[in-house]
Design a protein around this ligand. Structure first.
Ligand code: SF4
Ligand code: SF4
Ligand code: SF4
Length: 571
C-alpha cells in the first residue's frame, strides 16, 4: 500500500494506483473527459491535470501513478486555468448546437464548460466540416461534435471489432473507418458500445421515433409494442430513478399513454426461445449434431460470427432472437386468432439494443418487426408526450402475451439465457431435477464455465459477454484447448442490461456504480419473486404449443421461430 496526501487529505491506496483512483478512494472528484472506467484510459484530453510533488509541471491524474509521500493538489489556480483553456480550445471547433443536441443536459463537455466558466467564443477555430454519417441502421456519427477523446475507439477495440479509429494528423485528425468507408460499409456489428462511451452528442442512436409516432396517429394501423426483459430495469434511470429500479408497471402505463396500442411482454418470447433452444441443444447432444451450440439471440454476436468467423456458423442455434420470434408470432398466430391483416399490424419492439435495429431489417426476418425502438428513444417519446413517468400507476401487460417465467426475465443479464435453458434442459433430461438456480453462470466475470451432470449426461457450458471475451472463447474452441456443449455469448459487456440503447448516465455515476450488476439484480429479484421459474411452466407456452406449434422444433415452429445465417466477411 502507498500513503499520500491529496488536497491535504491522507489517502492509502494499493501500489500501482493512479492519482485518479487514489482520489476517488478519498471521494475527491477530478474532472475527466477521455477516461471511462473499464473502457478508456489514454490520458489524451488533459482535463484531469493536477499538481504533484516530484512531477515536472502538471500531470494527467488518470495515468500518473501514486508514490509514497506524494502530495497532490487537484484544485489549484494553475489546474483550473489549464482546464478552462482546454475546454475553450475544444469548444473552438465544436459544433455548438446545444439547444437541440440529444445530449443537452447530459453532456460531459457542456457540464464541465459550465463548471469552469469556459467561454465558447474565446478562440475562433478553423471548424473543419464533416458530413454526418447516418447510413448505418444503428449509429449516427456527427464528427463536428466530436472532441477526439477516443473513448469510442477504445470501446470498439475492446469489442474486438476495430471498425473505427483516428484518421488524419494533427488538427485534421477525426474519427472514421479505414479507407474512408462509412460505418455501414465497415465491420461495425451495431452493438452501440461506442455510443454509450461517447461523452458528447457526436455518436447517437439512429432514431425511429417518427415512424412509431406516425403509426400511432394512423387510424388504419393497429399498433402493438413489446418490451425486452432489461428495459424495465433501466428505463427509470432516464427519469432520475436510482440504478436498478424495476419500473415494469410504469413502463407499461407510459407506453399506453403514447397512443392507442397494446403492450406485450417480450419475456414471453424469451420463454419461447428457451423452449426451442433447449430442445435444439438436447437434439444436437443426443443425435450427434454440431457442438458446441452457440446462442443466437444477440444480433451483434450473430453479425460478428457472420463477419469474422463464418466457418463457425453451423454452431449457431437456428432459433431467432426473442424480438424476431415475437414479430413472427404476432404476424402469424396473433393475426390469425384476432382476424387482423398482418399488413395492418404495426409491431414495435422496445429493446436495449442498437444491433436489433439492424436485425429487424435483415431480409431473413421478413420485416415482421416494423420498428426496433431503444430504451433511450422510448424515454424521449415519453418526455415529448409530457407524461409524468414517476407519477404513473403500475399497470399490467396485455393478454395473451403477459405472463412469463422468471427464466424469460433473466435473459437481460449475461448468463441469463444459459441459466434459463439449463432449467428446462435439466428438467427434460432428468424429470426429478428440481434445481432452478445455476449461480455458476451468473455475474459479470468476463468468461464463466461450468459442468453439470444431469440425467447421466455431462453438459459443459461457457458464458461470455463482450466480443473481446467471445473471441477468446472461439479461439479456445478452435485450438481444441476447450470443449463445450453449449455457449452463451452476448455482444455487450454484462449483456443487454448494458446494451448500446440503454439510458446514458453521467460519468460521475458510470465511474462509481457497477451499472451492470445493479441492473441485473433487478431482473434476478423479479425472477426470484415469480412462482414460475422454468420457461416450460408458463401457461402461455402451454397454449402456444397446444393450439399452434404442436411441439418444440415442429415444422410450424421452424417456419415461424427459426432462421438461417450467411457468411458476410468484412475487414
Ligand atoms: S457500434 Fe459497436 S462495432 Fe460499431 S463502431 Fe460502435 S463499438 Fe464498434
Ligand atoms: S465520437 Fe465521441 S467518443 Fe468518439 S472520439 Fe468523438 S467525442 Fe470521443
Ligand atoms: S448483448 Fe443485448 S443489447 Fe448488446 S448487442 Fe447483444 S442483444 Fe443487443
Amino acid at each position: 500500500m502507498v500513503n499520500l496526501k491529496i488536497n491535504n487529505i491522507p489517502v492509502t491506496c494499493p501500489e500501482g494506483s493512479t492519482i485518479l483512483e487514489a482520489a476517488r478512494l478519498a471521494h475527491i472528484e477530478i474532472p475527466t473527459l477521455c477516461f471511462l472506467k473499464n473502457v478508456a484510459c489514454v490520458g489524451s484530453c488533459r482535463m484531469c491535470l493536477v499538481e504533484a510533488t516530484g512531477a515536472r509541471g502538471l500531470v494527467a491524474a488518470c495515468v500518473y501513478p501514486v508514490a509514497e509521500g506524494m502530495e497532490v493538489h487537484t484544485n489549484t489556480p494553475k489546474c483550473r486555468k489549464s482546464r478552462k483553456v482546454t475546454l475553450e480550445l475544444l469548444l473552438s471547433k465544436h459544433k455548438k448546437k446545444c439547444l437541440s443536441c440529444e445530449r443537452a443536459g447530459n453532456c460531459e463537455l457542456q457540464r464541465l464548460s459550465v463548471e469552469y466558466n469556459a467561454d465558447e467564443d474565446r478562440f475562433e477555430g478553423a471548424n473543419p466540416s464533416f458530413p454526418i454519417d447516418d447510413c448505418n441502421p444503428s449509429v449516427v456519427r456527427d464528427n463536428e461534435k466530436c472532441i477526439n477523446c477516443m473513448r469510442c475507439v477504445a470501446a470498439c477495440k475492446k469489442q474486438h471489432v476495430g471498425a473505427i479509429g483516428p484518421i488524419g494528423r494533427g488538427f485534421n485528425v477525426h474519427i472514421g473507418s479505414a479507407g474512408g468507408m462509412t460505418l455501414a460499409e465497415s465491420s461495425c456489428v451495431g452493438c452501440g458500445q461506442c455510443i454509450v462511451a461517447c461523452p458528447v452528442g457526436a455518436l447517437t442512436i439512429k432514431s425511429d421515433e417518427a415512424k412509431v409516432q406516425a403509426a400511432l396517429e394512423d387510424p388504419a394501423k393497429k399498433v402493438v409494442f413489446f418490451t425486452a426483459p432489461s428495459v424495465r430495469a433501466t428505463l427509470g434511470e432516464a427519469f432520475g430513478l436510482p440504478v436498478g429500479t424495476n419500473v415494469e408497471g410504469k413502463m407499461v402505463a407510459a407506453i399506453r399513454r403514447l397512443g392507442d396500442c397494446e403492450v406485450f411482454n417480450m419475456d414471453v418470447t424469451a420463454d419461447l426461445t428457451i423452449m426451442e433452444e433447449a430442445n435444439e441443444l438436447l437434439d444436437r447432444i443426443q443425435k450427434g449434431g454440431t457442438l458446441p451450440m452457440f446462442t443466437s439471440c444477440c444480433p451483434g454476436w450473430v453479425r460478428f460470427i457472420e463477419q469474422h468467423h463464418p466457418d463457425m456458423i453451423p454452431h449457431l442455434s437456428t432459433c431467432k432472437s426473442p424480438q424476431e420470434m415475437f414479430g413472427g408470432l404476432l404476424k402469424s398466430y396473433y393475426c390469425e386468432t384476432h382476424g387482423i391483416d398482418p399488413e395492418d399490424l404495426f409491431v414495435v419492439s422496445v429493446i436495449p439494443c442498437t444491433a436489433k435495429k439492424y436485425e429487424c431489417a435483415r431480409p431473413e426476418m421478413g420485416g415482421e418487426v416494423n420498428v426496433a425502438l431503444t430504451t433511450r428513444e422510448l424515454a424521449h417519446m415519453i418526455k415529448t408526450a409530457a407524461i409524468k413517468f414517476c407519477d404513473l400507476p403500475d399497470e399490467a401487460f396485455d393478454d395473451p402475451f403477459a405472463t412469463c417465467s422468471g427464466g424469460g426475465t433473466i435473459f437481460g443479464a449475461t448468463g441469463g439465457v444459459m441459466e434459463a435453458a439449463l432449467r428446462v434442459a435439466a428438467k427434460k433430461l432428468d424429470g426429478k431435477f428440481e434445481v432452478v438456480d445455476f449461480p455458476e453462470v451468473r455475474g459479470t466475470s468476463p468468461i464463466k464455465e461450468a459442468t453439470y451432470s444431469v440425467g447421466g449426461k455431462r453438459v459443459r457450458v461457457a458464458v461470455a459477454s463482450g466480443l473481446e471475451n467471445a473471441e477468446t472463447v472461439i479461439q479456445a474452441i478452435k485450438s481444441g484447448e476447450k470443449q463445450y456443449d453449449f455457449v452463451e455469448i452476448m455482444a455487450c459487456p454484462g449483456g443487454c442490461v448494458n446494451g448500446g440503447g440503454q439510458p446514458s448516465l453521467p460519468d460521475s455515476i458510470r465511474n462509481s456504480v457497477e451499472l451492470r450488476d445493479e441492473r441485473a439484480k433487478a431482473l434476478y429479484t423479479s425472477d426470484k419473486k415469480n412462482t414460475l421459474r422454468r420457461s416450460d411452466e408458463s401457461p402461455v407456452m402451454e397454449v402456444l404449443y397446444r393450439d399452434y406449434f404442436g411441439s418444440p422444433n415442429s415444422h410450424k415452429a421452424h417456419e415461424v421461430l427459426h432462421t438461417s445465417y450467411k457468411p458476410n466477411p468484412r475487414v
